[in-house]
Ligand binder design. Structure first.
Ligand SMILES: Nc1nc2c(c(=O)[nH]1)N[C@H]1C(S)=C(S)[C@@H](COP(=O)(O)OP(=O)(O)OC[C@H]3O[C@@H](n4cnc5c(N)ncnc54)[C@H](O)[C@@H]3O)O[C@H]1N2
Ligand code: MOO
Length: 338
């Protein structure tokens, strides 16, 4: 690569995209990499402060930023991730190529970003996404990089850094508890909430049963759901400390394996998760009926990709487990659950 004065550049090929920024108005490409410089371009280059430009000279063992970005992109992106077709200013962007939950191997991302002269930035792991949403970007820092650096990354990172786990369409049994709801004193407000959240990710409530706060009836309903082979059971109401709050005991006594009763998430402290074999049973506290976002929004997407959650997964939610209940909710693109 050789530096020459812009006035001597007519007929030369640009080695990289040239960016123009007009504060508050424009940021973008003025000239594309590979552009053949014409006489009329000289004034435009001068106008954005360029007195010199680089002319490309290929040297053995070096990679142009665009070629290096392609190598990094191939290294990083796994199933369900699409890279941008065009490389702009040496950068490749990543997008979700299906509806699902984003997975980032944070250790490998750290390894790549610790090598130097290259970068990769992403959103958080476990973010539920719709097809087309942006996930991250990568580039190298210098215009040309020693190929050895890229080879080092390729040696250290043998598995993909990011991939999507697609949602599975699941059928859910909803067990709504509460004497007041059962008797009809209060109209059930949980079904529309659970239905909307499940349907957003392509799953459905196949059946709802409304029960009084009676442990034996709740146990029976759970066991019937398991016999019917539903994919998921959600119990609502009666999850806290009143004498009539029998739902946690019912789920525990229905058998299976308790992962947690209680979660470090607000709203959602009284959440319960258990498994009967591979079938998850969720105890969802009534805050999920009232608050826009709760522990259910963190856990449900992962349940719908068939991830088997552990007590450690739930404990890890503490850091970022407070929903700020913002006026305009931007979840999942906020600190909640990250
Ligand atoms: N002293 C304490 N009080 C509370 C605690 C606690 O630990 N100590 N926990 C709080 C938390 S956290 C939550 S969340 C709430 C409620 O939890 P529950 O799941 O036990 O809810 P319920 O008591 O059954 O009902 C609360 C409220 O919501 C109405 N409800 C319930 N289900 C329905 C439905 N399907 N449709 C319409 N309305 C429903 C119910 O009538 C009550 O008004 O507890 C805190 N308190
Ligand atoms: O389970 Mo309560 O959820 O923290 O509002």
């Amino acid at each position: 690569m050789k530096m020459i004065k812009v006035e001597d550049a007519i007929g030369s090929i640009l080695t990289h995209d040239v960016t123009q920024i007009i504060p508050g108005q424009f940021k973008g490409r003025l000239f594309k990499k590979g552009h053949l410089i014409q006489e009329e371009d000289i004034e435009k280059l001068r106008a954005i402060g360029k007195e010199h430009i680089y002319v490309w000279e290929v040297k053995e063992g070096q990679l142009h930023e665009n070629d290096a970005a392609i190598r990094l992109s191939n290294l990083a992106k796994g199933d369900g991730i699409r890279a941008s077709d065009e490389i702009k200013e040496g950068k490749i962007d990543f997008f979700a190529d299906c509806d699902g939950v984003l997975k980032i191997d944070k250790e490998k991302l750290m390894t790549l970003n610790s090598i130097g002269e290259m970068m990769m930035a992403t959103i958080h792991t476990n973010t539920p996404l719709k097809k087309g949403e942006k996930i991250g970007g990568t580039r190298v820092i210098p215009l040309v990089i020693d190929e050895e650096k890229i080879k080092e990354a390729e040696t250290l990172i043998t598995d993909k850094i990011m991939w999507m786990e697609p949602f599975k369409a699941k059928k859910c049994l909803l067990i709504t508890t509460g004497n007041e709801v059962y008797k009809g004193t209060i109209k059930d407000a949980f079904l529309p909430v659970i239905k909307k959240k499940l349907e957003y990710y392509g799953s459905t409530v196949s059946r709802q049963v409304i029960l009084p706060d009676q442990k034996e009836l709740i146990i029976e309903a759970i066991q019937q759901g398991l016999q019917e082979n539903v994919d998921l059971i959600i119990c609502t109401g009666g999850m806290s400390v009143d004498p009539d709050d029998v739902t946690p005991s019912a789920i525990k006594e229905s058998g299976g394996r308790l992962v947690t009763y209680g979660s470090p998430v607000l709203p959602g402290a009284m959440f319960l998760l258990a498994y009967h074999g591979k079938t998850p049973v969720l105890g969802v506290p009534s805050c999920a009926m009232y608050s826009k976002r709760t522990v259910l929004d963190l856990v449900l997407p992962r349940i719908l990709i068939d991830e088997e959650l552990t007590a450690e997964d739930i404990a890890a939610y503490g850091h970022g487990g407070l929903c700020l209940d913002c006026g305009v909710c931007t979840f999942p693109h906020c600190s909640f659950g990250k």
